[in-house]
Design a protein around this ligand. Structure first.
Ligand code: E4P
Length: 216
């Protein structure tokens, strides 16, 4: 399973990259706005900066919602760097755009996916990635990880090549559960990635080893 970091914060991207386990980055308009990125020039520069840190796929989301504008915007985003993957929302014009991008050699990440039906549509259109938002599903008292399992089963049975990118991850446990049910990628906040490190027995064991090492 690949690890992407779900942020537009350059310091956090660098920290995850320096850990040596980072395979890519996902961003969205909320994450970009949080970093104060405003205007086309600043957006392009920010994606260039991210691509300089990470040698892996970087999802850049379109802000348009009609077919023609999604295509124009997506072409511009894809031209920034070969690792840019155009992130397109799961709407009618989005699906049409994903098919167009697929036919024209531009890779896409279909975002805002909350059902297996939407995931089938994304795969049929040729999306490179499909992004089910598991944390937001959990917030509505449904099981987000179950959706990942369902999509994994369908994709495997049907031979779809689209990679399942588990998004809206809220904890290290989410990452483990997604790995268990066959997610191809988890995109996570830095805290969830670092959360994988934690175990009290590791801390207790290390303290004892360091204490005993003084007697060596
Ligand atoms: C990533 O591609 C998604 O935009 C992101 O994971 C959404 O996460 P959130 O539900 O924490 O905003």
């Amino acid at each position: 399973m690949k690890f992407f970091i779900d942020t537009a914060n350059l310091a956090q991207i660098k920290e995850a990259h320096d850990l040596g386990v980072l395979d890519g980055v996902t961003t969205n308009p909320s994450l970009m706005a949080k970093e104060g990125i405003k205007g086309e020039a600043a957006i392009i520069k920010h994606y260039e900066d991210i691509c300089e840190i990470v040698d892996g796929d970087v999802s850049a989301e379109v802000l348009s919602t009609d077919f023609k504008s999604i295509i124009e915007e997506g072409k511009k985003l894809a031209a920034i760097h070969p690792n840019i993957v155009v992130k397109v929302p799961m709407i009618k014009d989005g699906v049409k755009a994903i098919k167009w991008f697929t036919d024209n050699g531009i890779r896409t990440n279909c975002t805002l996916v909350f059902s297996a039906g939407q995931a089938i549509l994304a795969a049929k259109a040729g999306a490179a990635y499909v992004s089910p938002f598991i944390g937001r599903i959990d917030d509505t008292n449904w099981d987000g990880v179950e959706l990942i399992a369902q999509i994994a089963q369908i994709y495997s049975l049907q031979g779809f090549k689209t990679e399942i990118l588990a998004a809206s991850i809220r904890s290290a446990l989410h990452i483990v559960k997604c790995a268990e049910v066959g997610a191809d990628v988890c995109t996570c906040p830095l805290d969830s990635i670092l959360g994988l490190l934690k175990h009290p027995l590791t801390d207790i064991g290390l303290a004892k080893f360091l204490e005993d090492a003084k007697k060596m």
